[in-house]
Structures are given as structure tokens and as C-alpha cells.
Design a protein around this ligand. Structure first.
Ligand SMILES: Nc1ncnc2c1ncn2[C@@H]1O[C@H](COP(=O)(O)OP(=O)(O)O)[C@@H](O)[C@H]1O
Ligand SMILES: [Mg+2]
Length: 267
């Protein structure tokens, strides 16, 4: 287990926050088996924003869910901050998700009966953790929610709701935030605001973010872009420009399928 700092992958303080080792996830039984993740090996570096792209059904959400302890892998390991997620009990998983992991969903997942402020603070209250008011104020100002704190989700636009979800995720200062198509339901202006905030949190506070997106423009905010196809990582681009990402998808047909076909042809 963790302890030998520097040798064990993902020990707190290491450059690697989260790691998948030979991660495989299959659904269904023998005659209807779907391989959602096919022996995936990947490291996520501290203080980096990684975008995950790929066609629909390529395993992006499954990877996020397995990394975040929301779904159990069929084989292989997930390590977050030196802790073996893949062998945790439900109780340990709950604690891990509370203390170490933030998750942002496409559909915001706010509690409709609570105000924006109450939603942002809810995870800390459930965990009975003290609320750092200075940090709360900073986060609220960065996401521009100060005038909306007493509003309920139904009184907020989609972009504002997702900024509440971002604030909620970052409030606990998790080791890593996983975001599954966080701008998938947003117009382009709200997308830019949410992406700008996520990117700022990486550069200003060293937040680590792994974000699924279909949008090359959104992916261009990231320090690194991974492309999945058929449950495998087929591309790993460091600091790609928008043009470079577009070029990956430059063939006709569905953007993601084009990437998969191109990569296989290149291989
Ligand atoms: N709960 C499930 N039961 C059965 N098959 C699933 C389930 N979740 C995902 N899959 C299948 O696993 C594959 C990967 O899905 P997913 O990770 O959601 O892809 P993506 O997020 O890239 O669209 C798909 O073929 C999908 O149909
Ligand atoms: Mg998905």
C-alpha cells in the first residue's frame, strides 16, 4: 500500500493524482458482452486539466465513473492519492468521494429545494467539515454567483446552475475533479464561462481536472487531450492547439468516428 513516498503511484503529494492500471470494464454476460474499457493504463498529473474525447459509446463516462469510485471495474486497478479505489468498501468509497473527489455532471445534479449557497455547501455539511468562509467567498466571486446565492436552481439559467455545480465541486478542495460533459447542456457563452472557471482553478489553485467533452473548442482549454475509441486510449496529445485538435477530427463523418478511423489507419 501507500507509504513509500516516491515509489508508490499516486501517494499524496506525488505528481500523479490518479492512475488507472490495466483497467477493464465489461457489461452484460457472455452472449451480450460489451467491453466499455479495454485494458486502459493512464496517469493524471496534479495541477493539470485533461480533456477526454471520443465517439459516443467509446467508454468516456465509464472511465470517469470507475476513476471516481462510482462504478466498479471488472479487472484492473484505480489508484487515487495512493489509495486503492478498486478494492474499497462502500464506506471507504463514500469517504473517498467526500474528501478526495469532485464530480460535475452534464445535468448539474443540484438539489432543487436548496438555494445556490446551500447547494454549494451541502457536501461539506454532510461531511461535517468546517466551512472556510474566505474560500467560499473567493469561489463564489470567481464563478460570479454573488447576486444569485439565494436563488433555487429553477430560478437560474443552465450556465448559472453549472457554475453552482462547479463551485460545489471545488469548495471541498478535492484532489481531483471529474467532469462528464460539463458543458454538454450549455450555450456557447455559458460554456466559455464554465470552462474559463475550470481552467482558472487549475492555474490559480493547482486543481486537477479530468473532463469529458465532444467539443474541440472545450478540449482546447485543456493541457492534455486523450482520445478514446472502443474502450482504448488511441491518442494522447500534450498542449494541443485548437487547430491540432480539429485536425484530429478533420475527416468527414462523425467527429469522434473520424478520429478513431484515422488513428487506426495511422497505427
Ligand atoms: N450500465 C450499462 N449497462 C450496459 N452497458 C453499458 C452500461 N453503461 C455503459 N454501457 C456500454 O458501455 C459502452 C461505453 O459506454 P459509455 O462509457 O457511456 O460511453 P461514452 O460515455 O463514451 O458515450 C457503450 O457501449 C455502452 O452502451
Ligand atoms: Mg458518456
Amino acid at each position: 500500500m501507500a507509504g513509500r513516498a516516491g515509489t508508490d503511484p499516486g501517494t499524496a503529494g506525488d505528481a500523479v493524482v490518479a492512475r488507472a492500471i490495466d483497467l477493464t470494464k465489461t457489461y452484460g454476460d457472455a452472449d451480450a458482452r460489451v467491453t466499455a474499457l479495454d485494458h486502459v493504463d493512464v496517469d493524471f498529473a496534479r495541477g493539470e486539466m485533461t480533456a477526454i474525447m471520443g465517439p459516443s459509446g467509446s467508454g468516456k463516462s465509464t472511465l470517469m465513473h470507475c476513476m471516481a469510485g462510482l462504478d466498479a471495474p471488472t479487472s484492473g486497478r484505480v489508484v487515487v492519492e495512493g489509495l486503492e479505489v478498486s478494492s474499497m468498501s462502500q464506506r471507504q468509497l463514500t469517504k473517498l468521494r467526500r474528501d478526495q473527489i469532485g464530480f460535475i455532471f452534464q445535468s448539474f445534479n443540484l438539489v432543487p429545494t436548496l438555494t445556490a449557497e446551500e447547494n454549494i455547501l451541502l457536501p461539506l455539511q454532510i461531511a461535517k467539515r468546517p466551512i472556510d468562509r474566505a474560500w467560499f467567498d473567493k469561489v463564489v466571486d470567481v464563478v460570479g454567483l454573488r447576486p444569485r446565492l439565494k436563488h433555487r436552481p429553477s430560478q437560474l439559467s443552465g450556465g448559472q446552475q453549472q457554475r453552482v455545480a462547479c463551485a460545489r465541486a471545488i469548495m471541498a478542495r478535492p484532489s481531483v475533479i471529474f467532469a462528464d460533459e460539463p458543458t454538454g447542456n450549455l450555450d456557447s457563452r455559458s460554456s466559455r464561462e464554465v470552462l474559463g472557471f475550470l481552467k482558472d482553478s487549475v492555474h490559480d489553485y493547482g486543481q486537477t481536472i479530468v473532463m469529458v467533452t465532444h467539443d474541440p473548442r472545450a478540449a482546447s482549454y485543456a493541457d492534455r487531450v486523450l482520445v478514446l475509441a472502443d474502450g482504448r486510449i488511441i491518442r494522447d496529445l500534450k498542449h494541443p492547439t485548437y487547430d491540432r485538435i480539429l485536425a484530429e477530427f478533420a475527416t468527414e463523418g462523425d467527429a469522434g468516428d473520424a478520429a478513431g478511423t484515422k488513428a487506426r489507419a495511422d497505427a
